[in-house]
Design a protein around this ligand. Structure first.
Ligand SMILES: Nc1nc2c(c(=O)[nH]1)N[C@H]1C(S)=C(S)[C@@H](COP(=O)(O)O)O[C@H]1N2
Ligand SMILES: [Mo]
Length: 361
């Protein structure tokens, strides 16, 4: 999608540069219901644009009865709602694919849950009067760059039905504070349940259109393709996934875990854009058992889980796997796709259990 073909070679300097700009959530932060803002993952395709909130305007136009231009103050004056929303990058897990698509090389850490505040998009669209014949709503960001030889502003669309869903917000606060520059200040779109690419940051324009939008980030990037010529399906909702807080302590370089023998509480979070998470299982050396689920914290947020692991000394591999209300679950082997999208491979955490009694005797 960035032009380079998938590779089986070592990480390239280009990938390293992207990885250094786009931080992941350290997996120990799975301990928080709401991810502290500085630990939430980040994905910025181009540069963080320079926007002055005093002169910023949100233009609402295209095929509408009453085009308008809103100031931040006007937007903040409209009825607002606040909710926890788990966002995940569609490229999460990409770096584990063989061959590896050349792009942001996520392992499993491109996820986070914010407490987002904003105005329901629907209210603003209803006020503008979307005219008959409209098929999609296009959202434009202020950031600009080139990808795959196409120069463009970051733009995405939603069908009118998806845009009218009550949970879709024009968000201006995250975790009780104005949006940070890297998360889309002053206003971003937030599309709960969808992979992150739909939630356009640095929003400047909303347009009702009468033909399906064919922009780069819609028609070329973010597709489930098998090869470059394959039109593929557009990436939409977040596939079900569970992750665990890596137990014990890590080795600095390899991150391999060590825990002391005894009972260890494993904990983590699980989420899905296709319905509530109804089951999480933990696999210890291939034997699966159910974890206990915590009450949901919101319709579009991850759900906590716990499992009591009675350890045995030696080397083990811990797995966790979620299933949602639609019966969707996670693969043990990741099906491959050309852009490395929508990976929800079961997480495997190798752990060494150290027998303290044996060591001290
Ligand atoms: N304008 C704009 N919006 C954007 C992006 C971008 O690069 N530019 N990245 C998208 C992608 S791919 C993701 S995963 C999310 C990441 O949001 P975050 O950085 O606040 O976690 O923002 C989305 N919105
Ligand atoms: Mo993303």
């Amino acid at each position: 999608m960035g032009g380079a073909e998938p590779t089986e070679g070592p990480l390239t300097a280009d990938e390293l540069q992207l990885a250094a700009r786009n931080s992941g959530m350290p997996l120990e932060a799975l301990r928080y219901d709401i991810t502290p803002t500085g630990l939430h993952y980040l994905l910025v395709h181009f540069d963080i644009p320079e926007l002055d909130e005093s002169t910023w305007r949100l233009e609402i136009g295209g095929n509408v009865e009453r085009p308008r231009s809103l100031t931040l103050e006007e937007l903040r004056g409209l009825p607002a709602s606040t909710m926890p929303v788990t966002m995940e990058c569609a490229g999460n897990g990409r770096a584990r694919l063989t061959p590896r698509p050349i792009s942001q090389p996520w392992l499993a850490e491109a996820v986070g849950t914010g407490e987002w505040t904003g105005t329901p998009l629907r209210d603003v669209l209803v006020a503008a009067g979307v005219r008959p014949g409209t098929v999609e709503i296009v959202f434009s960001g202020a950031d600009h760059g080139a990808q795959g030889t196409v120069e463009h502003d970051y733009e995405r669309s939603l069908s009118v039905a998806d845009a009218m869903r009550p949970e879709v917000l024009l968000a201006y606060e995250m975790n009780g504070r104005p949006l940070e520059p890297e998360h889309g200040a002053p206003v971003r779109l937030l599309v709960p349940g969808w992979y992150g690419m739909a939630s356009v940051k640095w929003l400047t324009r909303i347009a009702a259109v009468i033909e399906p939008f064919q922009g780069y980030q819609q028609a070329i990037a973010y597709r489930y393709q098998q090869h470059t010529e394959d039109p593929g399906e557009g990436v939409r909702r977040i596939r079900v996934r569970a992750l665990m807080v890596p137990p014990g302590y890590p080795d600095f370089l390899t991150r391999r875990r060590t825990v002391e023998a005894g009972e260890v509480v494993l904990r983590g979070r699980a989420w899905s854009g296709d319905g509530r998470v109804e089951r999480v299982e933990v696999g210890v050396d291939g034997a699966w058992e159910d974890a206990a689920l915590e009450p949901p914290i919101g319709e579009f947020a991850w759900r906590g889980w716990r499992y009591l692991w009675k350890t045995a000394p030696g080397d083990h591999v811990l797995l966790c796997r979620a299933t949602d209300a639609g019966g969707n679950t996670q693969p043990l082997e990741q099906p491959w796709n050309y852009q490395g999208m929508g990976n929800n491979l079961v997480q495997a955490v190798p752990v060494t259990v150290r027998d303290i009694t044996a060591r001290s005797s």
